[in-house]
Ligand binder design. Structure first.
Ligand code: PLP
Length: 281
């Protein structure tokens, strides 16, 4: 099932074409997006998602988004949804028509079902490969035009990495930097468990600040875990008590195999983290 809402409060027919062929999002991936999980009619982490949308817009010199209009569009999707209890709502914000100095941004919210593959991964865990992203953390300051940390529509590289993972017989990817530290997944944040402490790399290394990572850390802290945001050397991925990829739609997904090596059994930690994460909503 799909539900399409525009920012002027109107609904669209998701089976009909609306985007112009000269839209910069289509021609160049010039735009931003968010994906918000809705469960039982309630959006999760909507505030942080909208804050990040505004931050991405600023990084791309896009007009400041009207966050109240976006909130209403998400609500429109929820109000017109009569499918399963979970919705992935994509917020898409493109610059508009190429070459038109007065181009209006083209924006919409699209509610979609969650993929069966994602649900299977949540339940059964996944195999991942580590892939070099080809730069070090210093690039963030040296080359801000790379837009590291913005959630842009240019995900061709991320999808290529996922296809490489599939070629290697795995489901997903952990990107590493040239200094050997851990970055993120192509569509997820990396979380490590060692003893009763959770670790994730800081956004300053050139990754997206994850809304789910923040929610998981908040819940875990309340459940007695310590949490640390610091650089993680890639070799720690193999020796941790638990390795997880987290994101709005996949929630907390357990990694059972890394680069062909079976990891320590983290099913109990996974269950505990999932319970804590779910309990806060
Ligand atoms: N990092 C990247 C590159 C992503 O694309 C995503 C989500 O799609 C995340 C991290 C996780 O972000 P969130 O937890 O806010 O969904």
């Amino acid at each position: 099932m799909r539900v399409l809402a525009f920012l002027d409060g109107t609904l669209g027919d998701p089976a009909q074409p609306y985007i112009r062929v000269d839209n910069t999002g289509v021609l160049r991936g010039d735009g931003i997006f968010e994906t918000v999980l809705v469960v039982d009619g309630r959006p999760r982490e909507l505030g942080p998602h909208l804050d990040r949308l505004a931050r991405s817009a600023a990084m791309l010199d896009l007009p400041e988004p009207d966050l109240t209009a976006w909130e209403h569009a998400v609500q429109q999707v929820i109000d017109n949804w009569d499918g399963s209890p979970e919705i992935a709502v994509k917020l898409v914000y493109t610059r508009g028509s190429e070459g038109d100095p007065d181009a209006e941004p083209f924006c919409y919210a699209l509610g979609m079902d969650i993929d069966d593959k994602v649900k299977r991964a949540r339940a059964e865990g996944i195999a991942v490969v580590s892939l070099d992203r080809g730069f070090g953390p210093e690039v963030v300051e040296r080359a801000p035009w790379l837009l590291l940390g913005a959630k842009t529509l240019s995900y061709a590289v991320n999808l290529a990495a996922l296809r490489e993972a599939a070629r290697r017989g795995a489901d997903d990817v952990v990107f590493t930097a040239t200094d050997g530290s851990v970055l993120e997944g192509p569509t997820s944040t990396v979380v490590l468990a060692k003893g009763r402490t959770l670790y994730t790399p800081p956004p300053t290394v050139g990754i997206l600040p994850g809304t789910t990572q923040r929610a998981v850390f908040r819940a875990a802290e309340s459940a007695g875990w310590a949490v640390k945001i610091e650089n993680i050397p890639a070799d720690e991925l193999l020796t941790a008590d638990g390795l997880f990829l987290v994101s709005s739609v996949r929630k907390v997904t357990r990694v059972h195999t890394l680069d062909g090596t079976r990891l320590a059994d983290s099913t109990a930690i996974h269950r505990e983290l999932c319970d804590a994460y779910e309990a806060q909503y």
